[in-house]
Design a protein around this ligand. Structure first.
Ligand SMILES: [Zn+2]
Length: 315
């Protein structure tokens, strides 16, 4: 028997809440994801534990859906108080550790990506920002031992499902018809497939992975999803259908733009997102490049390398 106790730590951002979960099994007290490294998340964790009659030191393990900072924030603090294992996907390692070689490679990857996408000065500014945040965020690196999950196997009574796309290391935890999904599926906003390099510096086909992961969940018996942000999803199959339709609508809109002229990814992004191109540059570029990669795979677009940038046209 597994009991899931959600913690919804509210945030002013469009994410609405940072969710993490206390799980009671017959033998263990688990924490699934670990919020942001903020006092609010810490207080919310404490009060939920107290309500259930526990202390932080009663936890027996932490499990992570993926390595993003709003899912791992309290890990070091908790493991500073109680020595417990941290279960992660193997691919989380260089990202959680913020390994210098990996982080340098990642910045070089984005530098080339933005340059070849025709992003010009806005791309260069983003690289400066990434370089500055390397030092600023160094303290967020996760310490201590990591235990790798066996994917598609059971762990503490959950089935561990690999669901990459939003991040390359994302896993979801299924118990009967319930799924704790990380950021695969969010009710009030569509979750982003974030374009990233793999461990060898090659671009991950993030949107294609995300689509496959959504289809994978649609083919299970899951009918309740506990997401990484926002409220419980009670009709996940309808929502997955909606999200897949959304991808289709966006690829159609991009193809319409590319019928008129050959364009860079940056040109497409500016037309699709206007003001958000500058204010949310990395997300917007990731969204457009992800869609263009996916469209290339589906033979909807052609790409040509000209004078240092990739030019796309509709097929
Ligand atoms: Zn995330």
């Amino acid at each position: 028997m597994i009991l899931i106790h959600p913690i919804y730590s509210t945030t002013k951002s469009s994410l609405k809440s940072i969710n993490f979960y206390i799980i009671e099994t017959d033998r263990d007290l688990l924490l699934l994801d670990a919020g942001y490294p903020t006092e609010t998340c810490w207080d919310d964790l404490q009060s939920e534990l107290h309500r259930l009659g526990y202390e932080v030191t009663d936890l027996s393990a932490i499990l992570l859906t993926h390595h993003h900072p709003d899912h791992v924030g309290l890990v070091n603090t908790i493991r500073g108080k109680v020595e417990i294992p941290l279960y992660v996907h193997e691919k989380s390692t260089p990202r959680l550790r913020r390994e210098p070689n990996f982080m340098d490679m990642r910045i070089a990857f984005y530098e080339q990506l933005y340059r070849e996408s025709g992003c010009g000065d806005v791309g260069k500014e983003q690289i400066q920002h990434l370089l500055a945040s390397l030092d600023a965020n160094a303290s967020q690196a996760i310490d201590g031992e990591l235990t790798y999950v066996d994917v598609e196997q059971s762990l503490f009574g959950f089935e561990v499902l690999e669901v990459p796309g939003h991040s390359p290391d994302q896993i979801a935890f299924q118990y009967r018809d319930l799924l704790i999904s990380g950021d695969l599926l969010i009710g009030h906003i569509s979750s982003n497939a974030i374009v990233e390099p793999n461990e060898d510096g090659e671009r991950i086909q993030a949107l294609s992975q995300h689509v496959q992961s959504l289809q994978k969940i649609a083919n299970t018996n899951v009918n309740t999803v506990h997401p990484g942000h926002g409220s419980v999803i009670t009709d996940p199959k309808a929502l997955i259908h909606e999200r897949l339709e959304g991808v289709k609508r966006k690829t159609d809109a991009i193809r319409d733009l590319l019928y008129t002229s050959q364009q860079t990814a940056s040109d497409v992004a500016k037309q699709m997102y206007e003001k958000r191109y500058k204010s949310q540059f990395p997300l917007v570029m990731s969204e457009i490049i992800g869609h263009l990669d996916y469209m290339e795979q589906l033979h909807m677009v052609d790409k040509e390398y000209k004078h240092g940038v990739y030019m796309y046209s509709a097929r």
